[in-house]
Design a protein around this ligand. Structure first.
Ligand SMILES: Cc1ncc(COP(=O)(O)O)c(C=O)c1O
Length: 397
């Protein structure tokens, strides 16, 4: 089976992910995934911070299938209850007043960038077109969001880029202040940079940015595509920074695996008028019903609250490991978005070795193992993970 699928994939799939690890997954249950040979894996990657409720979650499967039986899609010329309801739940549980739906993180960020431009345009400030983003950030793969992404390696073959973005070092407020000009229209950032190594921005830095944005009428866009939906221990990561963004974006975990993205904004920044923006699939009933179920589980069924305890347990267990394995430099991140930082550039080989020990993780940067498991993991799942990680790290003693 594996050989056959690998051959078909090699011939017909446009490979952008390099050599994949040799498993064909066919089903999952909670934190566990099963390949076509019946092998069981612990999924501490959760589809890259997507499967917040794990696999085959009863309520989510039910919400999706019940909605599919009624209607999968209807276009945005008409109302649907689930879309209106999802916008309401998101706004009632955040600092935003309105939501727009799309299909992915990149698309949500494109929407946020357009919205910030339109905010200034509507006021006649058409020259406030520059956007400051952070070095080592990741905002998506479209031509504009890859330009926003502060990592040249993703941009080089696709130049010319959208010429709007200026990248600054994180946590360097003087550099940021020196970069701001009359043309600065927005500052966009991830509070914890996920793709480049689970690197948190400091609270003082973010608070200072908020102050500057208020003073200079600069739109603060927070990309919560990875950090949002309970990932870091609160529904949105900005809650832990003591600030409120003007616009923030969501995707990944929002519908637990059904593609959806969202742009959330405060009233003042809701500058789109009919015709400015749109999406065929965005916010369709299937995606919105799934997202409503995810939010219900997180907020009303105790998933978010319980995940905080498990996250603390995981962090403590990893700290204990640090004292036994000299190769671990430190553990950083928040909630169930953690990075184990190693003293050597071994993250790629650990990614493979953990897979051989039937655990899925990811390698971000050359020396960081990223853990973004489903929020439903239990302490005993953590114990299994830690035991297998120990087996792997014993080789480096
Ligand atoms: C912070 C952040 N923003 C945007 C994106 C892009 O999301 P998508 O792959 O859904 O377009 C990602 C994906 O990893 C991300 O981590």
């Amino acid at each position: 089976m594996l050989d056959k699928i690998m051959k078909t994939d090699e011939q017909y799939y446009m490979n952008t992910f390099g050599t994949r690890l040799p498993a064909v997954f066919e089903r999952g249950e909670g934190v566990r995934l099963y390949d076509t040979d019946g092998n069981e894996y612990y999924d501490f990657l959760g589809g890259i911070a997507v499967n917040v409720l794990g696999h085959n979650h009863k309520a989510l499967v039910n919400a999706i299938s019940e909605q599919a039986k009624k209607m999968i899609h209807v276009c945005n010329y008409y109302y649907t209850e689930s879309q209106a309801e999802l916008a309401k739940v998101l706004c009632e549980n955040s600092c935003a007043d309105k939501a727009f739906f799309c299909n992915s993180g990149a698309e949500a960020n494109e929407g946020a960038i357009k919205l910030s431009r339109k905010y200034h345009y509507a006021k006649g400030a058409t020259d406030k077109s520059e956007i400051i983003t952070m070095k080592n950030s990741f905002h998506g793969r479209t031509v504009t969001t890859v330009a926003a992404t502060g990592q040249e390696k993703f941009q080089i073959p696709f130049r010319p880029m959208t010429e709007t973005f200026i990248h600054v070092d994180i946590n360097d407020i003087e550099m940021l202040k020196n970069t701001i000009t009359e043309k600065t229209g927005a500052i966009m950032l991830e509070l914890i940079q996920g793709e480049s190594g689970v690197m948190p921005l400091s609270k003082e830095y973010v608070k200072e940015i908020r102050k500057i944005c208020d003073e200079k009428d600069i739109v603060l866009i927070v990309d919560e595509v990875q950090t949002g939906i309970g990932r870091t221990g609160t529904l949105f990561c900005y809650e832990q920074y003591g600030i409120e963004p003007d616009i923030f974006t969501l995707a990944k975990a929002l519908a637990g695996g059904v593609p959806v993205g969202a742009v959330l904004a405060k009233d003042k920044f809701c500058a789109f008028v009919p015709g400015d923006h749109g999406s065929t699939f965005g916010g369709n009933p299937l995606a919105c019903s799934a997202a409503l179920c995810v939010l219900d589980e997180l907020l009303n069924k105790g998933v978010l609250e319980k995940s905080k305890e498990t996250a603390e347990y995981l962090k403590n267990e990893l700290e204990k490991l640090k004292s036994c394995y000299d190769i671990i430099e430190n553990v950083r991140g928040a909630g169930l978005m953690l990075g184990i930082v190693f003293k050597k550039d071994i993250s790629k080989e650990l990614f493979k070795k953990m897979f051989e020990h039937r655990v899925l993780v990811s390698a971000v940067s050359t020396n960081v193992m990223r853990l973004v498991p489903p929020l439903i993991i239990t302490k005993s799942d953590v114990d299994v993970f830690v035991a297998r990680l120990k087996e792997v790290l014993d080789e480096y003693k």
